[in-house]
Ligand binder design. Structure first.
Ligand SMILES: [Zn+2]
Ligand SMILES: [Zn+2]
Length: 338
């Protein structure tokens, strides 16, 4: 029966989850093939930077690529910048995982992530419910980690609000396109909401699915990932108050390990395959073509890119010198007056 014990990763951060994910796409594709995984998803924080490379490298290894993002979703409108009035434990920005079922879904992910940067950027690129509703076709949503909307409401003991929010997402994405995620990395918060999530699923009829919030490839990469987090947050390893994941289990776990963790509830694991079967993005050849940018005759596209980068650097350097000079002028004038 070992063959039935499969698992598809639907929640995974590559190194395009900048300074947070430490999984390189090439080695990931090889590892997924080695573990006989039928499919794997990419769900970087708020962006699709790795999508094309992921798509090609996974297919080259015979693993089906599932294209997604872990989007940031604002509590209110994406146009409002700032946290607003927050209750204790409440977050201004939550997470939601979105997976493309088809090419329409992929194009909607492109729109969502672009508008998140153009219109919704406040600390992070954020979408909101209105934008999601406008571009929801072809997408599957998952409730995300403990920073997702329903999980964070459950953590604040707001069961009814969590039910309302879950049903709202289900309505936006369409019935059968929204799932409640259960993660088990050994965190107290995850344990605390385990039972409430089961109850939430019973009450709303929204199915549960097991996920693994993968941030690094092998269990031995935990220290390297921890160091990466330090770089991302401007802390040192010796700082006791720095952000840590609080568990060494955020690696790309095998199906066996996921079955050891969730085996008592096989539906949660079977559902990862069910979702992966619903996702089938096939890119047309033309998607690899980048727009033609005219460059002067004396340049190739690469050499021109380097030239404009240096020109921009010089320009910024000039700005910095100018502001430093005016600072020195003001400072010396102050010394003379005093
Ligand atoms: Zn998350
Ligand atoms: Zn995540």
């Amino acid at each position: 029966m070992a063959d039935n014990k499969q698992f598809v990763h639907l929640h995974l951060h590559t190194d395009y989850s900048l300074l947070d994910g430490a999984i390189k796409i090439g080695p990931l594709a090889k590892r997924a093939a080695e573990l006989n995984m039928p499919a794997v998803a990419i769900t970087d924080h708020g962006n699709l930077y790795g999508a094309l490379s992921f798509y090609h490298k996974m297919r080259a290894e015979g693993v089906k690529p599932i294209i997604g993002i872990e989007a940031y979703i604002s509590r209110g409108s994406r146009h409002e910048k700032g946290g607003g009035d927050l209750q204790p434990g409440e977050k201004a920005t939550n997470h939601i995982v979105l997976l493309a079922k088809d090419l329409t879904g992929y194009h909607n992910l492109v729109k969502l992530s672009s508008f998140a940067y153009i219109e919704g950027f406040w600390r992070k690129p954020r979408i909101d419910r209105e934008l999601l509703a406008r571009h929801s076709e072809g997408l599957i949503g998952l409730s995300a980690c403990i920073s997702g909307v329903p999980p964070s409401l459950l953590l604040r003991d707001k069961f009814d609000e969590a039910a309302r929010a879950s049903l709202e997402f289900e309505e936006i994405l369409g019935k059968g396109n929204y799932y409640l995620e259960i993660q088990e990395h050994g965190l107290d918060a995850q344990k605390r909401i385990r039972k409430p999530l089961l109850e939430l699923s019973k009450k709303t009829g929204i199915p549960l699915v097991a996920t693994n919030d993968s941030h690094y490839l092998m269990d031995t990469d935990v220290k390297a990932h921890d160091t990466l987090l330090c770089i991302g947050t401007g802390k040192t390893i010796n700082d006791p108050d720095r952000l840590t994941y609080g568990s060494p289990n955020y690696y790309f776990r095998s199906a066996d390990e996921m079955w050891q963790t969730f085996g008592e509830e096989p539906d949660l694991l079977h559902r990862t395959l069910e979702i992966s079967e619903k996702c089938d993005v096939v890119f047309p050849k033309s998607i690899d073509q980048v727009p033609l940018y005219p460059v002067p005759d004396s340049h190739t596209i690469e050499s021109y890119f380097e030239k404009v980068s240096w020109d921009g650097f010089e320009e910024r350097l000039r700005d910095i010198w100018q502001s430093l000079q005016s600072f020195w002028f003001t400072a010396s004038a102050c010394v003379e007056i005093s």
